[in-house]
Design a binder for this molecule. Structure first.
Ligand code: IMP
Length: 496
C-alpha cells in the first residue's frame, strides 16, 4: 500500500477565479505597485526586489543576452540558461552587466586623421559624431555632423574642425542616465561625452536617445546602476560555473533541476553557502511542503514551485510525477508562511511551468506566489534567441524544452543523464517586441488587483479571495454562442 494517497484532485491555475473586493481611489490601477521580493536577504527582506513579478525561464530558446537586457529594463529579470559552456554563460552575464542604457561605447578618431578619412568611416558605419582622443584615450574634442563637410574639408585635419575640449560640456564619472540628461538639458550640445577624472573618454550620451530611455521607468538596476541579471546553474559543474558567473557579475543564481528534493541539490546549495555566502540562490523545483523545508534548510533564498506543467513538458506522461500548479503553490505557500512565523525569514515562492497569460499570473500571485517564471510567454518575443520562421501564413519561433532531444545535445543539460526525453520541441506564434506585449500583461494584472481592492502584492496575498470553478463555468467565462468572424474580433487571446 502506498504511504500516502490524496483523494482530492490536484488543481491547476485555470480552475480558480478571483472574487472582487472593494475598489477605492487608493486601489485604482495607477496606484498599484507590482514590486515583489526576489530573494530573502540577510540585509533586509526587500533588499533584493523585482519591479514586476515576472522572470524568464532558463532555457536555450528563451533567455539570452537580448532578453536579459530588455526584461531587466522593463522591471523583471532573465535567468540565462546553463545548458551551454561555463565560458559562454559567463560571457552572456558580462554582456548584460556591461550594458548601459543610453551610454554608447564611443567609436573615436585621432586629431591627425583627415576629415576625408572620417567621412569614409561615417558612410560605412552610418553615424557621424566622433569624439577625438589622444594616445592615452584622453578627450581632445568632438566632431559632430555640423562641424565638417566630407567634400569641402576633406584635406583638413580632424584637429582643425573639431570642437575643442575647452569649449565642451562633459560629464565626469556619470553613470546615471537621469544625471546625464540634466547636464545635457542645460548645455547646447546634442551629445555629452562622459570622462573619468583623468579626462579619459568612457561613453557618449546622445540627446536623441534619452527620451527612449525615459520610457523605462521600471528599470531594475543594481547599486552601480547596472541591469540586474540571473543565471541558471546545474548540480554537477557548479564548482566551476558559480565562480565564473560571480566573476562576470551575476546577481542571483537558480538551480535548474526538474526535481529539487534531492541529494544533488543539497550538495550544490551547501557548497554555495560555504564558498559564496552572499550569493542569493533559488532552489527548486519542488511541489510539496517537505520539499520546501528541505531547500530552505539547505540554504535556498527563494524556492521554485512546479513540476510537470510546462508547455513543452512531458514529465508527467513519462514518469507519472507532477502536481497541478495551484495545489503545489497552496501547499508550499502555507509552509512558507509557517517558516516565516518561526524564523522571521520571508522566502519568496516562484510559480514555474504552465503559466500561459496574465490571468494565470494573477491567480498564481493571489494564491501566494511572489513572482512567476515563464518560458513559452517569452519564447514568442523578438528578444528570445531564436530565428523567426514562416509556417503557412503564420510567423513562428521555435521553442524547445531543456529536456528535449535538441537541448540535450548539450552534455550538461539538467536532463542529460536521463535515457529518455522529458520535453518536446515545437513552435510558438511570434508576438513582436517585449516592449509592445509586456505592458498589456501588466495592465491586466493591475486591473485584477484593483478589482480585488488591493494596492500591492503583499496586500494581495493577505486579502485575495478565490473560488474553484467548474468546467462549465470556465466555458461560460469565454466568448460563447455568438458568431465572431476573425476580421471583426478586436478581442485577441494572449494564448496564440
Ligand atoms: P512554460 O512557461 O509553460 O513554457 O514552462 C517553462 C518551464 O518549464 C521552465 O521554467 C522549466 O521549469 C520547465 N521546463 C523547461 N524545459 C523543460 C523540459 O524539457 N521538460 C519539462 N519541463 C521543462
Amino acid at each position: 500500500m502506498a504511504k500516502k494517497i490524496i483523494k482530492e484532485p490536484s488543481r491547476t491555475l485555470m480552475e480558480y477565479r478571483l472574487l472582487p473586493g472593494y475598489t477605492t481611489h487608493e486601489t485604482s490601477i495607477d496606484n498599484i505597485s507590482l514590486e515583489t521580493c526576489l530573494a530573502w536577504s540577510p540585509e533586509g527582506e526587500w533588499k533584493m526586489k523585482l519591479n514586476i513579478p515576472i522572470v524568464s525561464a532558463a532555457m536555450q530558446s528563451v533567455s539570452g543576452v537580448e532578453m536579459g537586457i530588455e526584461l531587466a529594463r522593463l522591471g523583471g529579470l532573465a535567468f540565462i540558461f546553463c545548458s551551454q559552456t561555463v565560458e559562454n554563460e559567463a560571457a552572456m552575464i558580462r554582456d548584460i552587466k556591461s550594458y548601459k542604457a543610453g551610454f554608447v561605447d564611443p567609436f573615436y578618431v585621432n586629431p591627425d586623421m583627415l576629415i576625408g578619412e572620417v567621412f569614409e568611416i561615417s558612410k560605412s558605419k552610418g553615424f557621424n559624431t566622433f569624439p577625438v582622443v589622444d594616445v592615452n584615450h584622453r578627450l581632445l574634442g568632438i566632431l559632430t555632423k555640423n562641424d565638417y563637410s566630407g567634400t569641402h574639408h576633406a584635406s583638413l585635419k580632424v584637429s582643425e574642425r573639431m570642437i575643442p575640449r575647452k569649449d565642451l560640456v562633459v560629464g565626469v564619472n556619470i553613470l546615471d542616465i537621469k544625471e546625464a540628461n540634466a547636464i545635457l538639458r542645460e548645455s547646447h550640445q546634442s551629445v555629452l561625452p562622459i570622462v573619468n577624472e583623468e579626462n579619459q573618454l568612457k561613453f557618449l550620451v546622445f540627446r536623441k536617445d534619452i527620451r527612449n530611455h525615459m520610457n523605462y521607468p521600471q528599470e531594475l538596476l543594481d547599486e552601480q546602476k547596472r541591469l540586474l541579471t540571473g543565471a541558471a546553474i546545474n548540480t554537477y559543474d557548479y564548482e566551476e560555473r558559480v565562480p565564473a558567473l560571480v566573476e562576470a557579475g551575476v546577481d542571483i543564481v537558480a538551480v535548474d533541476s526538474s526535481d529539487g528534493f534531492s541529494f544533488y541539490q543539497k550538495n550544490t546549495l551547501a557548497w554555495i553557502s560555504k564558498n559564496y555566502p552572499s550569493l542569493p540562490v533559488i532552489g527548486g523545483n519542488i511541489i510539496t511542503k517537505e520539499g520546501f523545508r528541505f531547500l530552505v534548510d539547505c540554504g535556498a533564498r527563494a524556492v521554485k514551485v512546479g513540476m510537470g506543467g510546462g508547455s513543452i513538458c512531458i514529465t508527467q506522461e513519462q514518469k507519472g510525477t507532477g502536481r497541478g500548479l495551484a495545489t503545489a503553490i497552496i501547499e508550499v505557500v502555507a509552509e512558507r508562511d509557517r517558516y516565516y512565523k518561526e524564523t522571521g525569514r520571508y522566502i519568496p515562492v516562484v510559480a514555474d511551468g504552465g503559466i500561459v497569460d496574465s490571468k494565470d499570473i494573477t491567480i498564481a500571485i493571489a494564491l501566494g506566489a511572489d513572482y512567476v517564471m515563464m518560458g513559452r510567454y517569452f519564447a514568442r518575443m523578438e528578444e528570445s534567441p531564436t530565428e523567426k520562421i514562416q509556417i503557412g501564413s503564420r510567423i513562428m519561433k521555435p521553442y524547445w524544452g531543456e529536456g528535449s532531444a535538441r537541448a540535450r545535445e548539450w552534455k550538461s543539460s539538467r536532463y542529460y543523464q536521463m535515457k529518455f526525453a522529458e520535453g518536446v520541441e515545437g513552435f510558438v506564434q511570434y508576438a513582436g517586441k517585449l516592449r509592445d506585449n509586456l505592458p498589456e500583461t501588466l495592465a491586466k494584472i493591475k486591473a485584477s488587483m484593483s478589482s480585488c481592492g488591493v494596492k500591492n502584492i503583499p496586500e494581495f496575498h493577505q486579502k485575495a479571495e478565490l473560488e474553484v470553478v467548474s468546467a462549465l463555468s470556465i466555458r461560460e467565462g469565454k466568448v460563447h454562442d455568438i458568431y465572431m468572424p476573425e476580421e471583426l474580433a478586436e478581442y485577441k487571446s494572449e494564448k496564440y
